[in-house]
Design a protein around this ligand. Sequence first.
Ligand SMILES: Nc1nc2c(c(=O)[nH]1)N[C@@H](CN(C=O)c1ccc(C(=O)N[C@@H](CCC(=O)O)C(=O)O)cc1)CN2
Length: 280
Amino acid sequence: MLSWILALSCDDRPGIVAAVTGLLRDQGGNITEAQQFNDAHSDRFFMRVAFDIADGPAFRNAFTSLAESFTMDWHIRDADRPTRTLILVSKFDHCLVDLLYRTRMNELDIDIVGIISNHPRDAIRISNLHGAPFHHCPVTKETRADQEAAIRQIIDDSGAELIVLARYMQILSDGLARDLAGRCINIHHSFLPGFKGARPYHQAHRRGVKMIGATAHFVTPDLDEGPIIAQGVEAISHADTPDRLIAKGRSIEQRVLARAVKAYSEDRVFMNGQRTVVFD
Ligand SMILES: Nc1nc2c(c(=O)[nH]1)N[C@@H](CN(C=O)c1ccc(C(=O)N[C@@H](CCC(=O)O)C(=O)O)cc1)CN2
């Protein structure tokens, strides 16, 4: 028996859970974990089922007609296959090094299929990328379209399923952001919706806040407006300079991004309009 994940969403109505679990039973499946949520606000139903079954592809075929009858958005994935992940980074490499380490320690079930930076390899002061190909994709306002074409080619060639902006400080065009909808996660170094845009720690210092934070969100054409997946905060004091806030912020960004990538790679994250559903 192999382990599989079924993730689905559809307009809510009676009988969805019974239909799904009934088919799993009829197909010889054994549920090992299940979560569901009905959002009364959007009237959308969300469900994640982990199950063991002898023939996953056969179940996928059998599930297709049921999914059509409920007009579901759904997918079934081999639970033991790591999520192919491409990481984009600019000058600050603390989130990249953290993702590499957590992956090496099997905390994250991802396969890092490439690293893209708009800065050259020697600007990334990480000696060991654990075999992940490095791609230098410099960009200026004049070359943004060509640079994004190169990024699209690397996404296609690497078979990346998830794109992570791990402190990548370039704004993706509306077209690229739209084409990566639901599979591109950014770590923003503030507790959104506060302090959007560049230099949020300086904004925080200027405002005199007593907490700072970080936000992992899906990337959309609207800067820092995408559906939020995970957030974290930490108390600060009047004595913290902007540089001290930047230093304190690094560990918050690392843990919040890792939490979002882990949840995504385990099919626990669902887009729900401008919001998300995230199953623990
Ligand atoms: N389409 C989107 N692209 C990106 C998003 C997003 O939400 N939607 N998030 C950013 C990350 N980010 C904050 O988290 C951010 C990055 C860059 C800037 C910015 O003003 N960049 C300037 C250039 C800065 C430089 O060259 O150092 C620019 O691109 O003109 C603001 C916020 C990643 N992309």
